[in-house]
Design a protein around this ligand. Sequence first.
Ligand code: ATP
Length: 132
Amino acid sequence: MGFMLKIVAPDREFFSGEVDRVIVRGIEGDLAVLKNRAPIVTPLAIGKIRILEGDKERIAAVTNGYLSVTKEETTIITDAAEWPEEIDVERAKEAKLRAEKRLKEMPEGLDIARAELALKRALNRLEVANLK
Ligand code: ATP
Protein backbone atom coordinates (compact mmCIF):
# COMPACT_ATOMS: atom_id res chain seq x y z
CA MET A 1 0.00 0.00 0.00
CA GLY A 2 1.38 3.35 -1.05
CA PHE A 3 -0.25 6.76 -0.87
CA MET A 4 -2.40 8.92 -3.14
CA LEU A 5 -0.63 11.39 -5.40
CA LYS A 6 -2.38 14.08 -7.40
CA ILE A 7 -0.65 16.45 -9.78
CA VAL A 8 -2.71 19.34 -11.07
CA ALA A 9 -1.70 21.78 -13.82
CA PRO A 10 -3.78 24.81 -14.89
CA ASP A 11 -5.23 23.03 -17.92
CA ARG A 12 -5.60 19.47 -16.63
CA GLU A 13 -5.25 16.90 -13.93
CA PHE A 14 -1.83 15.61 -14.88
CA PHE A 15 -1.69 12.56 -12.63
CA SER A 16 -3.81 10.84 -10.06
CA GLY A 17 -3.01 7.50 -8.54
CA GLU A 18 -1.49 5.45 -5.81
CA VAL A 19 2.30 5.53 -5.69
CA ASP A 20 5.08 4.27 -3.42
CA ARG A 21 7.46 7.18 -3.59
CA VAL A 22 7.82 10.53 -5.30
CA ILE A 23 10.88 12.70 -5.66
CA VAL A 24 10.48 16.38 -6.50
CA ARG A 25 12.77 19.36 -6.92
CA GLY A 26 12.01 21.72 -4.06
CA ILE A 27 13.49 25.22 -4.04
CA GLU A 28 16.08 24.00 -1.57
CA GLY A 29 16.84 20.71 -3.28
CA ASP A 30 15.34 17.33 -3.93
CA LEU A 31 12.67 16.04 -1.65
CA ALA A 32 11.44 12.47 -1.37
CA VAL A 33 7.93 11.72 -0.21
CA LEU A 34 7.14 8.33 1.25
CA LYS A 35 4.03 7.02 2.95
CA ASN A 36 3.45 8.50 6.40
CA ARG A 37 5.68 11.47 5.78
CA ALA A 38 5.09 14.39 8.14
CA PRO A 39 2.68 16.99 6.65
CA ILE A 40 4.36 19.79 4.75
CA VAL A 41 3.69 22.54 2.23
CA THR A 42 6.67 23.68 0.23
CA PRO A 43 7.40 25.49 -3.04
CA LEU A 44 8.76 23.62 -6.03
CA ALA A 45 11.44 24.73 -8.47
CA ILE A 46 11.84 23.87 -12.16
CA GLY A 47 12.89 20.26 -12.40
CA LYS A 48 11.99 16.64 -12.78
CA ILE A 49 9.52 14.64 -10.82
CA ARG A 50 10.10 10.93 -10.33
CA ILE A 51 7.09 8.81 -9.53
CA LEU A 52 7.79 5.30 -8.29
CA GLU A 53 5.15 2.64 -8.19
CA GLY A 54 6.30 -0.93 -7.65
CA ASP A 55 9.12 -1.43 -10.12
CA LYS A 56 7.67 1.21 -12.44
CA GLU A 57 9.23 4.64 -12.62
CA ARG A 58 7.77 7.63 -14.41
CA ILE A 59 9.54 10.91 -14.95
CA ALA A 60 8.01 14.24 -15.95
CA ALA A 61 9.05 17.85 -16.30
CA VAL A 62 7.55 20.16 -13.67
CA THR A 63 7.62 23.95 -13.69
CA ASN A 64 7.32 25.49 -10.23
CA GLY A 65 4.32 25.14 -7.96
CA TYR A 66 3.66 23.71 -4.53
CA LEU A 67 3.87 20.34 -2.89
CA SER A 68 1.41 19.60 -0.13
CA VAL A 69 1.58 16.44 1.96
CA THR A 70 -1.24 15.52 4.30
CA LYS A 71 -2.19 12.24 5.94
CA GLU A 72 -4.77 11.68 3.22
CA GLU A 73 -2.83 12.55 0.08
CA THR A 74 0.07 14.29 -1.57
CA THR A 75 -0.86 17.05 -3.97
CA ILE A 76 1.25 19.00 -6.41
CA ILE A 77 -0.12 22.13 -7.99
CA THR A 78 2.17 23.25 -10.74
CA ASP A 79 2.37 25.87 -13.49
CA ALA A 80 3.12 23.16 -16.05
CA ALA A 81 3.84 19.44 -16.24
CA GLU A 82 4.75 17.28 -19.23
CA TRP A 83 5.58 13.61 -19.76
CA PRO A 84 8.66 13.01 -21.94
CA GLU A 85 6.61 12.02 -25.01
CA GLU A 86 4.47 15.18 -24.73
CA ILE A 87 7.40 17.52 -25.00
CA ASP A 88 7.74 19.39 -28.26
CA VAL A 89 11.52 19.31 -28.63
CA GLU A 90 11.62 21.93 -31.38
CA ARG A 91 9.63 24.33 -29.25
CA ALA A 92 11.91 23.80 -26.28
CA LYS A 93 15.00 24.26 -28.46
CA GLU A 94 13.59 27.53 -29.77
CA ALA A 95 12.79 28.71 -26.25
CA LYS A 96 16.36 27.81 -25.25
CA LEU A 97 17.87 29.74 -28.17
CA ARG A 98 15.64 32.75 -27.50
CA ALA A 99 16.66 32.88 -23.86
CA GLU A 100 20.35 32.34 -24.63
CA LYS A 101 20.29 35.11 -27.25
CA ARG A 102 18.70 37.55 -24.79
CA LEU A 103 21.20 36.71 -22.09
CA LYS A 104 24.09 37.10 -24.53
CA GLU A 105 22.95 40.37 -26.07
CA MET A 106 21.67 41.82 -22.79
CA PRO A 107 19.48 44.50 -24.38
CA GLU A 108 18.70 47.45 -22.18
CA GLY A 109 15.85 46.72 -19.82
CA LEU A 110 16.25 42.95 -20.09
CA ASP A 111 14.65 41.11 -17.22
CA ILE A 112 17.59 38.82 -16.57
CA ALA A 113 15.86 36.65 -13.99
CA ARG A 114 12.97 36.06 -16.38
CA ALA A 115 15.30 35.08 -19.21
CA GLU A 116 17.21 32.74 -16.90
CA LEU A 117 14.00 31.04 -15.82
CA ALA A 118 12.89 30.62 -19.44
CA LEU A 119 16.26 29.00 -20.15
CA LYS A 120 15.85 26.70 -17.16
CA ARG A 121 12.40 25.59 -18.30
CA ALA A 122 13.71 24.85 -21.79
CA LEU A 123 16.75 22.91 -20.53
CA ASN A 124 14.59 20.92 -18.14
CA ARG A 125 12.19 19.99 -20.94
CA LEU A 126 15.01 18.97 -23.23
CA GLU A 127 16.47 16.74 -20.51
CA VAL A 128 13.13 15.11 -19.80
CA ALA A 129 12.36 14.67 -23.51
CA ASN A 130 15.61 12.71 -23.78
CA LEU A 131 14.27 10.15 -21.32
CA LYS A 132 11.53 8.83 -23.58
P1 ATP B 1 7.46 28.74 -24.62
O1 ATP B 1 8.29 29.98 -24.65
O2 ATP B 1 7.83 27.76 -25.67
O3 ATP B 1 5.98 29.00 -24.52
P2 ATP B 1 7.55 28.44 -21.76
O4 ATP B 1 8.61 27.86 -20.89
O5 ATP B 1 7.36 29.91 -21.65
O6 ATP B 1 7.85 27.98 -23.26
P3 ATP B 1 5.41 27.64 -20.07
O7 ATP B 1 4.85 29.00 -19.75
O8 ATP B 1 6.27 26.98 -19.04
O9 ATP B 1 6.17 27.69 -21.47
O10 ATP B 1 4.22 26.64 -20.42
C1 ATP B 1 3.00 27.05 -21.04
C2 ATP B 1 2.23 25.82 -21.49
O11 ATP B 1 2.88 25.23 -22.61
C3 ATP B 1 2.16 24.72 -20.44
O12 ATP B 1 0.90 24.08 -20.55
C4 ATP B 1 3.26 23.76 -20.81
O13 ATP B 1 2.97 22.44 -20.40
C5 ATP B 1 3.29 23.90 -22.33
N1 ATP B 1 4.64 23.76 -22.91
C6 ATP B 1 5.64 24.66 -22.87
N2 ATP B 1 6.71 24.26 -23.58
C7 ATP B 1 6.39 23.04 -24.07
C8 ATP B 1 7.06 22.09 -24.89
N3 ATP B 1 8.31 22.28 -25.33
N4 ATP B 1 6.40 20.95 -25.21
C9 ATP B 1 5.16 20.73 -24.77
N5 ATP B 1 4.46 21.58 -24.01
C10 ATP B 1 5.06 22.73 -23.65
